[in-house]
Design a protein around this ligand. Structure first.
Ligand SMILES: Cc1cc2nc3c(=O)[nH]c(=O)nc-3n(C[C@H](O)[C@H](O)[C@H](O)COP(=O)(O)OP(=O)(O)OC[C@H]3O[C@@H](n4cnc5c(N)ncnc54)[C@H](O)[C@@H]3O)c2cc1C
Length: 589
């Protein structure tokens, strides 16, 4: 089935996120944005979508340190770079277009719908460019940025080591000053996406490592730029001492090589200050976390389109009221309709939440000084929510996509299974969703002494008000449901903040994932209601209304049980954990 770029849906989600009257991001002409997203959609459908299945079937190959991407990928990457798609959000100083992150996310969704495994490469380069723009010395910027921006070179992020995954404080890669202002890095990194490949002539690794005198833990981490090929005044000079020693065989994203990297006194250049590397890397990680959410939206959109197309053609049984002869298409069965609609509304909800986060990032860059802090806090608050909610929803959607296909979904030929295999890692990498939830409840709920989250809740209440102002009977019902969900969110937030203040950390951490989902659902409900109510108080009948109402009817009700698990749990979590999980319990394996 041909993938259709959901241009109108993306533009609507971007618009629903805007808050210009509150000192938000500068507008760029809607026609310009529409033209960019339309063109990206054309590229994704014609160039990338046809590569998706072959990337899965053939995968990246490793032989003697060389990684070869699947057939057609080099050519597609060349056309991608030549069309300027690497340059969307990068600064014009380095050849970029300086467009908002919201536009970057719009096109990233389309690349990922086309082929998530392919899109992972430019996603990493785009994130590294932002980190280098923010933290690298003028010399490093001059030497590397323009070629990363024009796509001649690609970039990676090297954090993970065998003993240091979620806990980066445990990393051991060492960086020793060479005496000439450069450093020599030695150590092993694992699971490095596109650590080696044949799409570009050079690969620029951003690597976290420790100096000999570094304090332990995360306070002792520095960030280095380590090129695969060292670059001198005359261009690329000699091979650096960094090699891929293998690639992983994995569940999905087969076209994206996941490399083990060996650094053996590799020459590296400090980015930012010594021991302050984690903060520098977070410039890349924050944007990449949002992009991972958007990766999931892209795959979810494609899985949904494919499932709907299949359900229109597959005939089984006779649906109630089916007027035609013989068997009806399965799309006529209410249960299949319910699955497809859940896929549609979760995809729309995830897209809306991600764009709300993207808008906050943009506003944090351009807002006046008096509003800037609030927007930066909003972006910090929404980043874990967007990453985790969208990636969990992506798994839900892709799994339903298989279910709609029945047995054919479990068979690789249809491609439905690939979506689930590909999307599954988005809940894991860039910080697992568990780590996102911990970040949200332990660090982000306290932003601006708790006022940041309360401002978010007030804004969602404002969206609910916009929906009510439209005075449409169905949307009023959705607004009623949103009211109840807002009460759940307020109650759970108060409970979390009080538990933090009382230092009841087990309580906070045990409820973190439920709290994150609760917050995401309420935000999504508000944004979808806002999308359904036009600015003039008239309801845009049709799709936005159906999505807002169906989300409120079928999904928003989850907030009751989520609030209960966060705030009203009457039984003892730790005692249950001991009973069910302890080694001393003979019934526990
Ligand atoms: C396909 C793929 C591509 C990747 N690409 C890259 C890359 O390009 N660069 C890179 O640096 N890394 C990359 N990674 C690594 C990825 O970021 C890590 O796998 C991830 O951060 C989790 O670390 P871990 O695998 O060590 O799991 P662990 O840290 O061992 O976690 C296991 C489980 O324990 C939970 N857990 C751990 N600590 C805590 C805690 N404090 N509180 C609550 N729960 C906790 C986790 O949520 C998880 O459920 C990639 C991984 C994969 C699979």
């Amino acid at each position: 089935m041909e993938f259709q770029a959901p241009v109108a849906d993306i533009l609507a989600a971007m618009q629903a996120a805007e808050e210009p009257e509150r000192g938000g991001a500068e507008d760029i002409a809607p026609d310009t944005v529409a033209a960019i997203v339309t063109e990206a959609g054309r590229f994704a459908t014609t160039e990338l979508a046809p590569l998706n299945q072959i990337g899965d079937q053939r995968g990246a190959q490793f032989a003697e340190g060389v990684v070869t991407c699947p057939p057609g990928w080099r050519e597609a990457y060349r056309r991608f770079a030549a069309a300027g798609w690497n340059a969307v959000a990068a600064s014009p100083e380095w050849g970029g277009q300086g467009l908002p992150i919201a536009v970057e996310m719009a096109v990233q969704e389309l690349w990922n719908a086309g082929s998530a495994a392919f899109a992972t490469a430019p996603m990493l380069t785009a994130g590294a460019v932002l980190a280098l723009e923010a933290h690298a010395s003028p010399d490093l910027k001059a030497a590397y940025l323009s070629r990363l921006v024009d796509g001649t070179w690609a970039a990676t992020m090297n954090l993970t080591e065998p003993q240091a995954g979620s806990d980066l404080g445990a990393l051991r890669t060492r960086a020793v000053p060479a005496g000439d202002g450069t450093y020599r890095l030695t150590g092993q990194k694992v699971f490095i996406s596109y650590g080696e490949h044949d799409l570009t002539d050079n690969i620029i690794h951003l690597v976290l490592a420790r100096l000999p005198d570094a304090p332990s833990g995360t306070a002792g981490i520095s960030m280095f730029l380590v090129p695969k090929i060292l670059v001198g005044a005359g261009g690329m000079e000699s091979r650096n001492q960094v090699v891929a020693t293998g690639i992983e065989s994995k569940l999905g994203l087969h076209g994206s090589p996941t490399c083990t990297m060996a650094y053996d006194e590799a020459a590296g250049f400090l980015v930012g200050e010594e021991h302050r590397g984690l903060a520098c890397m977070f410039t890349m990680m924050n944007i990449t976390r949002l992009t991972v959410g958007i990766q999931a939206v892209g795959v979810a959109e494609r899985a949904t389109q494919q499932a709907i197309a299949y359900a229109r053609h597959r005939r089984q049984g006779r649906a109630v009221g089916w007027p035609g002869d013989g068997m009806s298409p399965i799309i006529a069965h209410p249960d299949v309709q319910a699955m497809l609609m859940r896929m549609k509304v979760l995809t729309a909800a995830s897209r809306a939440v991600c764009h709300s986060c993207a808008y906050a990032i943009d506003a944090g860059r351009v807002a006046n000084a008096d509003r800037r802090r609030a927007w930066l806090d909003r972006a910090a608050l929404l980043t874990p929510i967007a990453k985790a909610f969208a990636s969990d929803s992506g798994v839900d959607v892709a799994s339903l996509g298989i279910q709609v296909h029945g047995g054919a979904g479990y068979i690789e030929e249809t491609g439905a299974a690939q979506h689930l295999r590909d999307v599954r890692v988005f809940s894991i990498y860039e910080g697992t969703n568990g780590i996102q939830a911990v970040d949200l409840v332990t660090r982000k709920l306290g932003l601006d002494s708790g006022r940041a989250v309360n401002r978010l809740i007030d804004d969602i209440a404002g969206y609910r008000g916009e929906a009510r102002a439209a005075n449409h009977p169905q949307l009023n019902l959705a607004a009623d449901r949103l009211d109840a969900a807002l009460d759940d969110l307020r109650s759970a937030t108060d409970h979390m903040q009080q538990s933090m203040a009382d230092d009841r950390r087990v309580k906070v951490l045990a409820g973190a994932t439920s709290y994150l989902r609760l917050a995401a659902l309420v935000l999504a409900g508000g944004l979808l209601a806002r999308m359904a109510a036009s600015a003039g108080g008239r309801v845009a009948d049709g799709k936005p209304l159906a999505i807002a109402c169906h989300f409120a009817d079928m999904i928003l009700g989850e907030t009751v049980s989520l609030r209960r698990s966060v705030a009203d749990g009457t039984t003892d979590f730790s005692a249950h954990a001991t009973t069910l999980l302890s080694h001393s319990n003979p019934e526990t394996p």
